[in-house]
Design a protein around this ligand. Structure first.
Ligand SMILES: Cc1cc2nc3c(=O)[nH]c(=O)nc-3n(C[C@H](O)[C@H](O)[C@H](O)COP(=O)(O)OP(=O)(O)OC[C@H]3O[C@@H](n4cnc5c(N)ncnc54)[C@H](O)[C@@H]3O)c2cc1C
Length: 402
């Protein structure tokens, strides 16, 4: 009888166990998570939940009862500290759990500002867990001064919630422009102007030299020599895949836990999925930090644990909500050399990333139709001529027939 242990009770861990039981898996399942709550969705943490527009119970992916009813032994508030591959066991406090198949769904951990730069001061928050958000929420009072460090999607979403709530927000980004790592200049320009229109003071090409304050943060010294006062700070400076357990166990690591096309690590009895795993994709290797990937990859792993021998075919997509703008991204823009804009009006736009003649990805801003067509084009390997895309006379849907 198979005996599956899943480490990490987040989106990926939950998807593995629900898929297993949904497929009729009748072996034992243990799901171990270090957070004190059952698996929940993270996207609303920097959006509706932070804004107070979503109640806590709606965050949970499944009610607690689901795990009980489906004979899933869920262990919360427990950290796995070691994997013994020879004996096929994992250590968790005083307990040892044995497995026939082990799934690593350990996710990612936020980078923190170093202690020497004031990262340990009170009122400096990360945006990763429900606990992080519950701790920062009381600071979201109209008029309060917030410094956001990092102009990626998480920092920008938090800034948007704060600005809507009436806080005075400054966002600093060390790179030349916000979203530099993930998006084209056109998308950065769009979001910069959106935030400026809501009163956010965005400073690009400026880092934080040091946070100021004795026990509690009071401000920051910036790399351009200026000083800022702040009542609290949100640090959104990226994440690193949680690979320590895998590394200590001698598994292959390559920007995450290295898995093959089936989701298997360098040990045939150990699998990985979600933010912690890097996998083969179109001739290279990628690691994605997104809910759709966490779900699809985990479901593929669950099927393979049951013997399906199914290859994971990632169909990358992502979204972000800021103010009244919904960004939807299809594909991966890595290696793009040209961006084509399709501008319906000031608010609805899409940016199409090409490498040569090949369409790689699309950022659609309040443009759900562009997103839908682009996603289908990318997934079917079709690349419309760029001039057709930018021409508003073109019926986008017709491009799917070509
Ligand atoms: C604020 C925020 C907003 C986001 N918004 C979007 C969005 O709009 N769209 C989108 O697609 N994606 C979004 N994401 C990303 C998305 O939430 C992640 O890609 C997804 O949660 C990954 O799931 P995961 O299970 O791989 O990792 P996680 O959700 O990080 O879960 C991993 C779990 O494993 C636990 N764990 C780690 N090590 C151990 C151990 N040794 N023992 C026990 N437990 C352990 C961790 O505590 C954690 O609970 C957002 C993320 C955040 C933080």
């Amino acid at each position: 009888m198979k005996n599956v242990v899943v480490i990490g009770a987040g989106q990926a861990g939950c998807s593995v166990v629900t898929r297993l039981r949904g497929n009729g898996f009748d072996g034992s399942i243990t799901l171990i998570g270090e957070e004190p709550v059952v698996p929940y969705q993270r996207p609303p943490l920097s959006k509706k939940y932070l804004q107070g527009e979503m109640e806590r119970p709606r965050l949970f992916l499944r009610p607690e009862k689901y795990y009980f009813d489906n004979n899933i032994d869920i262990r919360l508030n427990q950290t796995v500290t070691a994997i013994d591959r020879d004996n096929r066991t994992v250590r968790c406090g005083e307990n040892t759990h044995s497995y026939t198949d082990l799934v690593l769904a350990t996710g990612a951990k936020p980078h923190r500002l170093p202690r020497a730069s004031g990262g340990e001061l009170q009122n400096v928050f990360c945006v990763r867990t429900l606990k992080d958000i519950d701790q920062m929420k009381p600071a979201f009072r109209p008029g309060a001064r917030l410094l956001v460090i990092g102009g990626g999607y998480i920092g920008l979403e938090a800034a948007a919630v704060a600005a809507k709530t009436g806080l005075k927000v400054t966002l600093v980004e060390m790179a030349e422009r916000i979203l530099q790592r993930v998006a084209a200049k056109e998308s950065s320009d769009y979001f910069r102007s959106l935030h400026k229109g809501h009163g956010v003071d965005i400073r690009e090409g400026v880092g934080v030299t040091r946070l100021l304050g004795d026990t509690q943060v009071t401000g920051a010294l910036l790399s351009d020599g200026s000083k800022l006062e702040a009542d609290f700070v949100i640090s959104g400076i990226g994440v690193a895949p949680a690979t320590k357990l895998a590394e200590d166990a001698g598994l292959a690591i390559e920007n995450g836990v290295r898995v093959d096309e089936f989701g298997r690590t360098s040990d045939a009895n150990i699998w990985a999925a979600g933010d912690c795993a890097s996998f083969p994709y179109q001739g290279s290797r990628v690691r994605l930090e997104s809910v759709p990937n966490a779900i699809d990859q985990s479901e593929c792993v669950a099927d393979n644990v049951m013997g399906a021998e199914k290859e994971y075919e990632a169909k990358p997509w992502f979204w972000s909500d800021q103010y009244d703008v919904k960004l939807q991204i299809a594909g991966l823009n890595q290696g793009y050399d040209r961006v084509v804009s399709r501008t319906t009006d000031n608010v609805s736009k899409s940016f199409w990333y090409y490498q040569g003649e090949r369409l790689l990805a699309v950022d659609a801003l309040n443009a759900p139709r562009d997103y839908m067509v682009a996603k289908r084009l990318i997934e079917s390997g079709k690349s419309p001529v760029p001039e057709l895309v930018s021409n508003l006379e073109t019926n986008l849907k017709a491009l799917l027939q070509t």
